[in-house]
Design a protein around this ligand. Structure first.
Ligand code: PHE
Length: 486
């Protein structure tokens, strides 16, 4: 066995769980999940998203953490080392490179959204959210975005805070922050759900989220659900792989993954349950887009006892949750610069930060002066989101599944995962057959290259997975023998 020696490790047994949950739980759960669920019409989308988490997200996350811990380093180096241990093709490193690029691209628009959360914490305090209706709150949101100085100022603040923490090293800061943050956020969300239950159109909200309406299924929604599963679990973006490289040997990767995925999913569903009842009670359109939570929640805060204090705390929590996610997006790049180019952490953060500031400010302009600067019909802000979530992350996921499922020698992952025989067989089945086939079908469908709709002809999908599995298992022993002889 040739394990890499770890250079940095989490401080405590719970270090990775806290940090990975910190990375996973963020604006994706509280801002993006409700707004895209609203755009794609509710229950059908939620179901597709949950299916993607289970069939693709969890197996890929286990794989990614294992690759990180085995290779001990930034995504590029870690994958490079694992492949070298296997005498494989060094070109696989490109998967790590693409993941780092995706994480960085996400951060460039994420700081703008995090800036909204920071700004709304302040706006709760100074009374500018005391608007009487959803329309009036929509106007507040729009005028905030129309001013590039305000919007840019908040984005820069978020970027600088992120760089400061990453420059110092994530272990201490993130682990400590998360100990009180997660329970705090959970309590806030529960109180908000309680408010929605007693004062909102709770039944309508629940029906919207959980009623399965097959007519709402579409290839585009499926691609969005797949992309969101990757986004919300921070997969194929360098974050989880790099954090995984700091886990001590011997800790169970699979168990940890389940804890993180369950916590992440619960936060998203709670956010949905808190928000949609308020939206329906106020006659608001659930497909209002990225401003959804900023136009609806302040109204709920106004109407509840101690609403202002509560609203301030809520947006402050969301800001911290966003920050712990943002940190994880750039950690891979800083670790890479440190490891490969000998740059100290603060210098690495400063270098990456300079690029980040330029691109994020350009992305911020998508909401005001640059609203008409479009490429393929998309602003820079939308384009960064679309490219990363819909294409780069699922592509990274399928490649990592293929690497672990087909290319690595059997012992490597078996040794790294330390699962029971049944658990290992299940993981292998998922990364060999289920996750890649499903991602492939979603891609082909979204590109319009598939002659049928995989959601309607789901039995063809199961058939394809089954056939591939049987063929694969029959042919593999022969292929392996051939490889050993060669
Ligand atoms: N998972 C984070 C969220 O839901 C976003 C994220 C994506 C974080 C990619 C790291 C890497 O907000």
């Amino acid at each position: 066995m040739s394990r890499e020696k770890p250079k940095n490790l989490w401080l405590s047994r719970w270090g990775f769980v806290l940090a990975a949950t910190g990375s996973a739980v963020g604006l994706g759960n509280i801002w993006k999940f409700p707004y895209i669920t609203g755009e794609y019409g509710g229950g059908a989308f939620v179901l597709m998203y949950l299916a993607c988490i289970l069939a693709i997200g969890i197996p890929v996350m286990i794989t990614e953490i294992a690759l990180g811990r085995r290779g001990r380093g930034s995504p590029l180096d870690a994958i490079g080392r694992v492949v070298r241990e296997n005498n494989g093709n060094p070109a696989w490193k490109a998967v790590g490179g693409m993941a780092m690029l995706a994480g960085f691209m996400i951060l460039c628009f994420y700081v703008v959204v995090a800036g909204w959360a920071f700004a709304y914490t302040w706006k709760m305090l100074d009374g500018s959210l005391a608007a009487p209706s959803v329309e009036a709150l929509g106007a507040v949101f729009e005028s905030h975005n129309a001013n590039p100085w305000a919007l840019g100022g908040w984005s820069v603040l978020v970027a600088l805070l992120t760089l400061l923490i990453v420059g110092k090293g994530v272990q201490a800061g993130v682990e400590r922050a998360f100990r009180w943050m997660m329970p705090g956020l959970a309590v806030m969300l529960l109180v908000l759900v309680g408010y929605s239950f007693s004062n909102g159109s709770f039944g309508e909200g629940v029906a919207f989220l959980f009623t399965f309406d097959a007519s709402k299924l579409s290839g585009e929604a499926l691609l969005a659900a797949l992309g969101h599963a990757f986004f919300t679990l921070s997969l194929a973006s360098g974050a989880i792989l790099t954090y995984g490289s700091y886990i001590p040997d011997g800790q169970s990767i699979a168990r940890t993954t389940f804890i993180v995925a369950i916590a992440d999913t619960c936060v998203a569903l709670l956010a949905g349950l808190a928000i949609f009842p308020v939206i329906f009670a106020n006659g608001m359109d659930p497909s209002a887009g990225p401003g959804l939570i900023f136009m609806s929640l302040p109204l709920a805060f106004q109407q509840m006892p101690f609403g202002t204090a509560f609203g301030v705390l809520f947006f402050a929590m969301v800001s911290v949750a966003a920050l712990t996610s943002a940190i994880s997006m750039i950690e891979a790049v800083v670790a890479y610069l440190n490891e490969k180019h000998g740059l100290s952490r603060p210098r690495g953060a400063a270098l990456a930060g300079a690029v980040l500031l330029v691109i994020s400010l350009l992305a911020m302009l998508s909401f005001n002066v640059g609203a008409d600067w479009k490429l393929f019909g998309m602003t820079l802000f939308d384009g960064l989101d679309y490219l990363t979530s819909r294409w780069m992350m699922p592509l990274g996921g399928i490649l990592m599944a293929i690497l672990a499922g087909y290319c690595l020698r059997d012992g490597i992952m078996r040794d790294e995962l330390g699962l029971s025989a049944g658990g290992y067989a299940l993981w292998l089945f998922m990364v060999r057959y289920v996750s890649p086939v499903m991602i492939m079908l979603v891609f082909l469908h979204a590109l319009g290259w598939l002659g049928f709709d995989p959601l309607v002809r789901w039995y063809w999908v199961l058939g394809a997975i089954g056939t591939l599995a049987v063929l694969g298992e029959l042919l593999r022993p022969g292929m392996q023998r051939a490889r050993v002889r060669a």
